[in-house]
Design a protein around this ligand. Structure first.
Ligand code: FES
Length: 127
C-alpha cells in the first residue's frame, strides 16, 4: 500500500499485484521459480502446486540463504512430496515451508502472499 497526500487528506493507493505465471503452467505436483519486481524490490521466489493448491516462498534457504533449486524451476524432491534444497538437501513441507529434514530442522522458508485468479498466480503487496 502506498499512502499519498491529496488535497490535505491522506489516501491509500493499493499496489497492483504482480503476475507470476499461469496456474495451469504448473504440473500437480510441480514448481516454478520467478524473479519479479515489487515496490522497487526484486523478489526471487518460487511457487508450488500440490493437490490443487498453490504456495509461494522466497528462494532463500533458511540454512545459509542460498537458492534452493537444483535445476531451473525444480524445487521439489523426486517424489514431489517435499520442497528440497539443492545445497545441503534440507526438506520442507510444501504447505508450511517448515524444515522436516536436514541441517535446519524447525526453521521455515519465508512464505510470500499470492492470489490465484482467472488461472493466473499473482504476488501480492506485502505491506
Ligand atoms: S543451504 Fe539449504 S540446506 Fe544448506
Amino acid at each position: 500500500m502506498v499512502c499519498v497526500e491529496w488535497r490535505s487528506s491522506i489516501i491509500e493507493i493499493p499496489q497492483t499485484p504482480v503476475l507470476i505465471c499461469p496456474f495451469s503452467l504448473l504440473k500437480d505436483p510441480g514448481s516454478y521459480g520467478f524473479s519479479v519486481e515489487m515496490n522497487g524490490e526484486q523478489v526471487e521466489g518460487f511457487v508450488v502446486r500440490s493437490d490443487g493448491q498453490c504456495f509461494a516462498y522466497r528462494n532463500s534457504c533458511p540454512h545459509t540463504g542460498a537458492p534452493l533449486d537444483w535445476v531451473e524451476h525444480q524445487f521439489l524432491d523426486v517424489e514431489g512430496a517435499l520442497i528440497q534444497c539443492a545445497v545441503h538437501d534440507a526438506r520442507f513441507l510444501i504447505e508450511t515451508g517448515q524444515c522436516v529434514f536436514g541441517p535446519c530442522p524447525g526453521a521455515s522458508l519465508e512464505a510470500l502472499p499470492i492470489r490465484v485468479q482467472d488461472d493466473n498466480i499473482y504476488l501480492l503487496n506485502e505491506a
